[in-house]
Design a binder for this molecule. Structure first.
Ligand SMILES: C[S@@+](CC[C@H](N)C(=O)[O-])C[C@H]1O[C@@H](n2cnc3c(N)ncnc32)[C@H](O)[C@@H]1O
Length: 376
């Protein structure tokens, strides 16, 4: 039986060069180093059956969870970034189309009426945004706040849309095509006057359509996705489930800073960037520390042991990972994962190669990644 699966997996072209990677609200909000939905889709389809349970212990923007819903599998996502949990929740919660449309109209009507904006104070606030942009954002923010006590799902959806335009309307044009603001990047000196209300309205309408399309495939009575705002090193004592499949793309060492990259959102939402960054495995801003790679290995060992503990016997666990580098030193993350998994008790099953298109390369130096599958 397993060899048929192996043959199937080997016959697939994992590059997915011409495939649409943004359908089903996967592009609702930028998130760095997302994997393309085709990867979890195929793995879930071939390695599980309907109603089986799927875990993503570093669920990021919720790609695995959305694909699990599409295929009628139950899923659990874990991530210790509050932004990740918010995105994953919004993407996996069904909101009635009529209710969503009415709420969007109501929000825009309230924003157009004007009023007193709510603008939080945060580091370099007046450098990141012009006075006018700040006021317009504050006006939208105040009216989004109105929905907090009305409907939590709608409120969360509006917050995602709000967060998704922050980089666009900030004084920042360096690396315009990046979905994030580098961990050590400062605001531009040049001021950006831009029609914030129009940008928000456009993004709201586009996001509404995406969510409606996505909601059409969600059947919450039969399957659901649960999201835990949790450190991946603490899964087994918090989630009393045994899983049929695990799919994840773990954080790379010193490559990304998932919390600082979205700090404008953290500032507006009142989340403490530094607290979350300290818990983040592999955060880029820790790259200067001497023992950073050893620390990364230790943390990954703890996570993989946790994953092992919650997997059923004969289940599959899939890691999507590429090699990376720190300063000029190459880091063999692929072999590291293999070694740690072996040490934890997993059996190696198969390794699949994938070339990453230039456009979607999370990092210029990571042009290739592997999908490494283990059994337990
Ligand atoms: C490569 S991303 C996952 C992206 C995801 N596959 C997607 O498609 O959006 C890795 C994730 O690991 C999360 N992470 C880092 N340290 C963590 C920890 N200690 N516990 C849980 N999640 C963590 C980051 O917040 C980030 O969302």
């Amino acid at each position: 039986m397993k060899d048929i699966i192996k043959d199937k997996l080997l016959s697939i072209d994992w590059d997915f060069k011409d495939s649409d990677t943004a359908d089903l609200a996967h592009s609702l909000h930028p998130y760095h180093a997302k994997f393309i939905p085709q990867i979890p889709y195929i793995l879930i389809k071939y390695l599980t059956r309907e109603y089986d349970s799927v875990l993503d212990p570093f669920c990021g923007s919720g790609t695995t969870l959305v694909e699990a819903l599409r295929l009628k599998r139950r899923s659990v996502g874990v991530d210790n970034s509050p932004l990740s949990c918010l995105l994953s929740n919004v993407k996996t919660t069904k909101i009635q189309q009529k209710k969503l449309e009415a709420a969007c109209m109501e929000l825009l009507k309230r924003v157009k009426k004007g009023g007193e904006p709510i603008i939080p104070d945060f580091p370099d606030r007046d450098k990141w945004f012009t006075f006018k942009n700040l006021n317009d954002l504050g006006l939208i923010w105040k009216n989004i706040d109105y929905f907090k006590n009305q409907d939590c799902d709608i409120y969360n959806f509006f917050r995602v849309v709000f967060s998704s335009i922050l980089k666009t309307v900030a004084n920042y044009k360096y690396h315009w095509n990046w979905a994030f603001i580098g961990d050590n990047v400062l605001p531009d000196k040049e001021r950006k006057e831009i029609d914030v209300l129009k940008i928000f309205e456009r993004k709201l309408q586009k996001s509404k359509k995406m969510l409606i399309n996505l909601n059409n495939i969600i059947t919450p009575t039969t399957v659901s996705a649960k999201i835990f705002d949790l450190d991946a090193r603490k899964i087994s004592c918090n989630i009393p489930t045994q899983f049929d499949l695990m799919i994840t793309s773990p954080p790379y060492p010193c490559a990304v800073d998932f919390n600082r990259y979205y700090r404008l959102t953290y500032y507006w939402f009142g989340w403490d960037v530094n607290r979350y960054r300290d818990m983040e495995i592999g955060a880029r801003s820790k790259r200067g520390k001497k023992d950073v790679i050893d620390k990364y290995k230790e943390e990954l060992v703890d996570c993989i042991l946790e994953i092992y503990n919650v997997m059923k016997r004969n289940s599959y666990s899939c890691f999507v990972i590429g090699n990376t580098q720190r300063k000029k030193e190459k880091i063999d993350a692929v072999n590291l994962i293999k070694e740690i998994c072996k040490g934890a008790g997993f059996n190696f099953y198969i390794e699949l190669n994938r070339r990453i298109s230039k456009q979607s390369m999370a990092q210029k130096r990571i042009a290739e990644e592997k999908i490494i599958i283990f059994t337990r």
